[in-house]
Write a protein that binds this ligand. Structure first.
Ligand SMILES: NC(=O)c1ccc[n+]([C@@H]2O[C@H](COP(=O)([O-])OP(=O)(O)OC[C@H]3O[C@@H](n4cnc5c(N)ncnc54)[C@H](OP(=O)(O)O)[C@@H]3O)[C@@H](O)[C@H]2O)c1
Length: 266
């Protein structure tokens, strides 16, 4: 248990999921977490678990060791600039999970020298299965380690350079949607070859989970595992090659680069 007091500013989807994950993993106790939002009635669940619920951001920040900002990008400047006086660069760290707000902007809006991190999780953070990409500045080694440990409780985390943060958004956060669309299409194929939707869903989801676990747990390369299932003249290679003739890998790569273009050009 970290023992640090954590204030989560913006208790929406992501802010609440972070609070729930920190509680579930035992990283923080409920009494050490404060979650803020203007309409606090949606945070009953957390309140019942003993989490402090606040609409006073200044109070939450001034009592915290760690401030997690989970506001919408268009709210950040307006909300944080009014809270500048509540931060303390000597004893606090700020972690922003907000898409597209740079470390430079965050430091300008808050305090010079404040240890600041950007973290890009995905929605699987709600079940502690996120991949979270992290970058930071002004932090000590101990603070770097603390933030990594915090997000390791919520899945797996990796430190990256800030210039890769948009790419992390595409591959990790948008990636959930790409993976789910693959699953959805496979379910539709499964129904066409005879399964009811519920059984097809189970078979596909567990198959995808198994494939991912082979890479994560056994550290295998995808092609090495594909070779094991592609019997010469068999049905797997026939299906795979047909998918490639139809542009399977190419469409995925083009989709990823289209998402990246959209982030960069708006
Ligand atoms: N969802 C994802 O997969 C994902 C992944 C990575 C990063 N992100 C980033 O995470 C951020 C939050 O996303 P989200 O999906 O959680 O959005 P969300 O559900 O809309 O949460 C934002 C919350 O901020 C609260 N808020 C607004 N003004 C406030 C204020 N002045 N003080 C305190 N709270 C305030 C809102 O509640 P009230 O209106 O009641 O105040 C709302 O619940 C975004 O910047 C997004 O880019 C999301």
């Amino acid at each position: 248990m970290s023992g640090k007091k954590i204030a989560i500013i913006g208790g929406g989807n992501l802010g609440s999921a972070i609070a729930k994950g920190l509680l579930k993993s035992g990283f923080s106790k409920a009494a050490d977490i404060t979650v803020t939002k203007r309409n606090t009635s949606t945070l009953k669940d957390l309140k019942e678990q003993g989490v402090h619920i606040e609409s006073d951001n200044a109070k939450a920040i001034s009592e915290a060791d760690v401030v997690v900002v989970a506001l919408k990008p268009y709210n950040v400047k307006e909300v944080l600039s009014e809270l500048r006086a509540s931060f303390d660069a000597k004893k606090q760290i700020l972690i922003s999970v907000v898409t597209g707000v740079f470390l430079d902007d965050l430091e300008k809006i808050t305090l010079p020298g404040l240890p600041i991190f950007r973290a890009m999780p995905n929605t699987a953070i709600a079940i502690q299965e996120s991949i979270t990409c992290i970058c930071g500045r002004n932090a000590t080694e101990e603070q770097n380690q603390y933030v990594k440990e915090m997000f390791d409780q919520l899945g797996v985390s990796v430190n990256i350079d800030e210039k890769l943060m948009d790419a992390a958004t595409v591959l990790g956060a948008c990636g959930i949607a790409y993976a789910l669309r693959f699953i959805r299409a496979s379910i539709q194929g499964g129904i066409e070859i005879g399964f009811d939707a519920r059984t097809a869903n189970l078979i596909v989801a567990q198959t995808v989970k198994g494939a991912a676990e082979l890479l994560i747990k056994e550290k295998r390369h995808p092609e090495e595992e594909i070779d094991k299932v592609t019997t010469p003249k068999g049905c797997t290679i026939a299906g795979l090659n047909e998918m490639e003739h139809q542009g399977f890998s190419s469409s995925l790569i083009k989709g990823i680069t289209a998402s990246m273009d959209k982030i960069i050009k708006g």
